[in-house]
Design a protein. Structure first.
Lengths: 166, 172
């Protein structure tokens, strides 16, 4: 008799645990969809985008709609997967779309300005801080398919709240 | 249950209809969320067509199962057939065989009509070298160079359609 009462108690607890897990899973699925297709927060850091983004780290909102619709263009701040290390994402500015001729200047290679043509399906990315940025001037144009999203709003630090400057 | 019936009596039949519609929409939404997560992280159906992977993959539309677990953990190796986003057109997905990983030295024939002219290249860091099995009709790394690893979407591991080819699909 005691065994039967134990089993019925356990069944009640198990059912409640399953219900709570189901709710948690549904919530995480919804969060994931929003993250992937609409908007997600990202922590960005490093000196390559000074003075637009701070070195110690900013939290920005990244939207994933424009790159899917092909509405990313010249001058946009984007989060892009690194062509050298697929596990890392970089935040840089687009300085050339496919078919553009890009004129760039690399302080580490002397004073000469160089010219490059961006091939089909690729973009040219550069950090705003040309003295401390590892970008297309070093590894060449990157395929458009590596763009993860466009940065459109900064939420932290609070005194820099708003759209990051042009 | 009685209080619930009394609460919705005020809205009338239209209110009940709207409530049911909303509930159905939510279940559909939850189902799509779950499907999407499985699609993105685990397994999805992939349909290929075209001559660039003959004789391994037929010309007609063929359906495969593609998984994303190996690609996310970097466990894709030489010889795997992968779905990769085209570096020339970001809206196109292409199916090719992975021939070289980063830091490999790849020797290839850029023009199959001249089999004596071989070229050698070292695959840069973070990139892979892909080639179609049909050297005559394949637009691959021999044309557009090594592609960044980040463009790999799925790894094909099971053929689903046509039925006579149903079964495991690795290490061909």
């Amino acid at each position: 008799m005691k065994l039967v009462s134990y089993m019925s108690q356990w069944r009640g607890i198990a059912k409640e645990a399953m219900d709570r897990t189901a709710i948690a899973v549904k919530f995480l699925c919804c969060l994931h969809i929003t993250d992937t297709y609409f908007c997600s927060p990202t922590h960005v850091y490093g000196p390559s985008m000074l003075p637009t983004l701070n070195m110690v780290g900013d939290i920005v909102l990244v939207e994933h709609v424009s790159q899917r619709l092909g509405k990313v263009r010249h001058g946009d701040l984007v989060v892009i997967r690194s062509p050298l290390d697929p596990k890392r994402c970089l935040t840089k500015r687009i300085m050339g779309m496919e078919g553009d001729t890009v004129t760039y200047f690399d302080p580490m290679l002397g004073d000469a300005t160089r010219v490059a043509v961006v091939p089909k399906g690729h973009v040219w990315i550069q950090g705003d801080n040309i003295f401390a940025s590892h970008d297309s001037r070093h590894f060449g144009p990157v395929p458009y398919g590596l763009i993860q999203g466009k940065v459109f709003f900064r939420v932290w630090p609070l005194d820099c709240l708003g759209v990051p400057g042009q | 249950m009685l209080s619930k019936a009394m609460g919705f009596r005020n809205l009338g039949p239209l209110g009940l209809f709207a409530k049911e519609g909303l509930e159905k929409a939510f279940s559909l939404g939850k189902f799509f969320c779950f499907l999407h997560v499985t699609d993105t992280y685990l397994v999805t159906f992939v349909v290929t067509s075209g001559p660039s992977m003959l004789p391994t993959i037929d010309l007609i539309p063929t359906m495969f199962l593609g998984e994303r677990i190996s690609t996310r953990f970097g466990k894709v190796t030489r010889g795997d057939i992968v779905i990769i986003r085209s570096p020339q057109n970001p809206r196109k997905l292409i199916a090719k065989r992975l021939v070289g990983m980063e830091d490999d030295t790849v020797t290839y024939i850029s023009n199959p009509d001249e089999p004596d002219k071989q070229e050698t290249i070292v695959v840069p860091k973070g990139h892979v070298w892909i080639q179609g099995d049909n050297a005559y009709k394949s637009n691959d790394s021999r044309n557009f160079g090594a592609v960044p690893y980040g463009l790999i979407q799925h790894r094909l591991f099971w053929r689903v359609w046509p039925i006579k080819g149903f079964g495991p699909f690795w290490k061909h």
